[in-house]
Ligand binder design. Structure first.
Ligand code: FEO
Length: 398
């Protein structure tokens, strides 16, 4: 029997726990995830968001443990992505709500996903308020955090911000609150979520943090649509979002590489040693089975420098490097400096391609890079070491 969990007063968690999830469209979710949905039992009964389609019955059981589903008056759709709306058609058929509350872009996305003109849409915009009895709910559009339709719902009186994807984590737990789990695990999963989902919209995060601050509202809980609910550690996650979105970067470098016959690996080691010789924190990460793309980008979140290394394979870089660079171009970790290293057999052109890809991902090149024919000599490795030193000096001078 799946039960609802009381969050505060008449607000309950009625989501689903996806313990087995290990891949979220290319993002490795080693801790699983949750799809959070909430029920507010005021004079009107309000359901905030739903869950991924296969978890519909789990959510309905949790709802049924506190209220008959047909008593739900309003469904608020803060975000239309299918991990929150997949169950919606079944849920709406069962509940037959009086209103489906969403942003204008939300209505557009719902129509596109589900082709249901007959649903009772009620479009809201930033600052709109609905009364549900003893409480008012205020809406705040947050376009591109994570999709154009995204919005927050603020429950006045209880001072709870339901924040959709923002401030979330892919973290399956039996606990529901930030105080009940290890804080460093929670912050790591929050950082990973930011790096893999929110990072390209960092300028919007800066604006959002200012908007929320200007609203001058009391926030006692931030309840995201994935993972743990923030209570005591609200200042920690707000500070982290501010740092990650600025970005506030450390004297840290990520050296990611793949290698065919160890030439590139030797070069990557030498760059790493050069960085370390000047006190830089380094994460040297072989791409592919050893390090998933989503873990590599997470390490970049607070790193001031990025180095890519690849062997040449059939006049291209290695497939895992292609994968990583494509991922990086989408997430755009701008504001970092970087360089490329390459080993080749007969076509030296891949170094230039690596440079182009790094720049397309927003990385500022501080060197033309280094390429080596076949196997590096001692003098080549010395050049790689000096490249590490040069990057370190740039970081230390910032
Ligand atoms: Fe959790 Fe953008 O969906």
């Amino acid at each position: 029997m799946n039960n609802a969990y009381k969050i505060k007063n008449e607000l309950y968690w009625v989501g689903a726990i996806d313990w087995a999830l290990r891949d979220f469209h290319g993002y490795s979710t080693e801790k699983g995830s949750t799809y959070n949905a909430y029920i507010l039992k005021d004079e009107k009964v309000v359901l905030f968001d739903t869950v991924k389609a296969p978890f519909e019955s789990e959510m309905m059981e949790r709802i049924s443990s506190i209220v008959s589903p047909e008593k739900i008056d309003y469904i608020v759709i803060n975000h239309v992505e299918m991990d929150h709306s997949g169950a919606l058609p079944l849920v709406i058929d069962k509940i037959k709500p009086e209103k489906i509350i969403c942003s204008a872009k939300g209505k557009e996305a719902l129509l596109s996903h589900f082709k249901r003109n007959d649903w009772p849409y009620h479009v809201v915009k930033t600052g709109d308020v609905i009364n549900v009895g003893k409480r008012n709910i205020t809406f705040l559009e947050t376009p591109m955090l994570h999709w154009p339709d995204s919005m927050f719902s603020y429950i006045n009186g209880d001072n709870i911000l339901i924040s959709s994807d923002a401030f979330g984590q892919h973290f399956a737990t039996s606990e529901r609150f930030d105080t009940q789990v290890n804080l460093s695990d929670l912050m790591y999963q929050s950082a990973k979520y930011y790096a893999n989902i929110i990072l390209p919209y960092s300028n919007l995060v800066q604006k959002l943090l200012k908007t929320v601050s200007d609203m001058n509202i009391k926030i006692e809980m931030i309840a995201p649509d994935h993972g743990l609910i923030w209570t005591k550690h609200i200042p920690d996650i707000l500070q982290a979002y501010s740092d990650w979105s600025l970005p506030k970067l450390k004297k840290k470098a990520v050296v990611f590489y793949d290698t065919m016959w160890k030439s590139t690996e030797k070069m990557a080691y030498s760059v790493t040693e050069g960085l370390m010789s000047k006190g830089i924190i380094v994460k040297m990460l072989k791409t592919g089975l050893e390090n998933n793309r989503s873990d590599v980008i997470t390490e970049m979140l607070d790193a001031g420098a990025v180095v890519v290394g690849s062997s040449t394979l059939n006049n291209e870089f290695l497939p895992t490097i292609s994968d990583m660079l494509t991922y990086m171009k989408g997430l755009k970790p701008a504001g970092r400096i970087g360089a490329a290293i390459n080993s080749y057999g007969w076509n030296p052109g891949v170094l230039k391609k690596l440079n182009t890809e790094l720049e397309a991902a927003g990385i500022k090149l501080i060197s033309d890079g280094i390429n080596v024919k076949y196997v590096p000599e001692k003098s080549d490795l010395e050049k790689c070491f000096q490249l590490g030193v040069k990057i370190a000096q740039e970081l230390n001078n910032k």
